[in-house]
Design a protein around this ligand. Structure first.
Ligand SMILES: [Zn+2]
Length: 395
């Protein structure tokens, strides 16, 4: 895997057959006599037993969510058992539970992903649900990742396609990062944007029927995940498309759905892409309406979460943005938008591989109003500057 260099936290990255053997070698070299605990769920317990027969398991129920309650339970088990390291054997939620628990217990953990479903395996923050609210908690990245294609290629295709959705979202997150550079002088890192573009190309080069498809998706996910680690924030890998997904996950304007993270990101990518493609036909400076973070206009969407949203946007991240600046940035923004993939072509590709492309397929209302409200209010979910944040969205 020469394309992925070790990061500041995850210094060992192995994606190859029999990765478990490398993992065992790593345990004995790095952890010597320390005891390890494998964290898994009912879907991945058989993998934990088969690949790590010498280590005890902590098994969560199938589909366990990364809540603080589950994370605290795992931390307690790690502390009570005197464990010196943990192994996250599962997909996104098990990774988040383990990274939160290991951070709380003050011990390192190793990632052993069982599906190519999200880019968060090497992340240093845990996306946790606390009292029904989604929160990103400081946590720790794995000290090593061992991913065996024979293991994650056997995961249901739906999980791998969710990983594809998470990667396709990078079209938008990269554009937003570049737009923030044009509009607000945010510092861009070309090495990281190149790495993400290569991750996208790697995935697009193969179809689900091709041998090596899941491996390409896993490599793409780890590559984009590492950009977060190199950059120290999720800026390279998370823009307006993730903000829509986060808004839906807050369940303040829609009911909870069973859709996977990457499925939501895939659909939101198409929604935002369609909106961005109209930008070259608009006069952004003339149409720019300075957002007002008033309780009245946010509370009918965010309800009890409004205070948190106002706090996130205080002071106003767009305070220094002028119409003149937008006017001078628009030619470059138009150029970047024109380089984005054609919406029809991307939708066709996603349909061809079996990925979800419409709101009703992920359990959300497939209406123009829901789409527009999502685009209008999602930018407040995070302080981060995106192109969507300055567009005039009609509801
Ligand atoms: Zn994501």
């Amino acid at each position: 895997m020469p394309v992925i260099s070790p990061g500041p936290f995850t210094k060992t990255l192995i994606i190859r057959e029999e990765a478990k053997k490398e993992a065992y070698k790593y345990f004995s070299e790095e952890f010597s006599s320390k005891k390890g605990l494998v964290v898994c769920d009912e879907n991945t317990e058989h993998i934990a037993r088969r690949d790590f027969p010498g280590l005890p398991q902590m098994t969560f129920e199938a589909g366990a969510v990364a809540t603080d309650t589950n994370g605290d339970a795992a931390a307690q088990r790690l502390e009570d058992g005197g464990y010196g390291f943990a192994v996250a054997c599962g997909s996104g939620s098990i990774s988040d539970i383990t990274r939160y628990a290991a951070a709380k217990a003050g011990i390192p953990f190793v990632s052993y992903p069982t599906a190519a479903s999200v880019d968060g395996f090497v992340s240093s923050v845990a996306a946790m649900t606390i009292d029904g609210r989604k929160a990103t908690l400081p946590s720790k990245a794995p000290v090593a990742l061992f991913a065996d294609p024979a293991v994650f290629s056997s995961a249901p295709l739906r999980l791998t396609l969710s990983g594809v959705g998470d990667i396709l979202g990078k079209y938008i997150s990269l554009l937003d990062w570049r737009a923030a550079q044009c509009l607000m002088d945010e510092v861009l890192d070309d090495k990281l944007t190149d790495l993400i573009n290569r991750a996208i190309d790697k995935v697009l080069a193969l179809d689900p029927d091709d041998p090596g498809f899941a491996e390409a998706v896993m490599e793409g996910l780890v590559m984009t995940g590492m950009t977060i680690q190199y950059h120290g924030s999720s800026r390279p890998a998370s823009g307006a498309e993730h903000h829509l997904s986060h808004l839906w996950e807050m369940h303040c304007m829609s009911e909870p759905t069973d859709a996977l993270h990457g499925e939501k990101v895939g659909v939101s990518t198409l929604i935002v892409l369609e909106r961005y493609k109209s930008v070259p036909y608009e006069d952004l400076a003339a149409e720019y309406i300075k957002p007002k973070f008033t309780r009245e206009n946010l509370s009918h969407i965010y309800g009890p979460l409004t205070d948190g949203i106002i706090g996130e946007n205080t002071p106003d991240p767009l305070a220094s943005l002028t119409r003149e600046r937008i006017k001078s940035a628009q030619p470059e923004i138009n150029r970047l938008v024109n380089e984005l993939p054609d919406i029809g072509a991307l939708r066709d590709y996603m349909k061809k591989i079996g990925a979800l492309t419409a709101l009703d397929e992920i359990g959300l209302p497939n209406t123009a109003r829901f789409k527009n409200l999502s685009m209008k209010y999602a930018p407040y979910v995070r302080r981060r500057i995106t192109l969507l944040k300055i567009l005039n969205i009609k509801d």
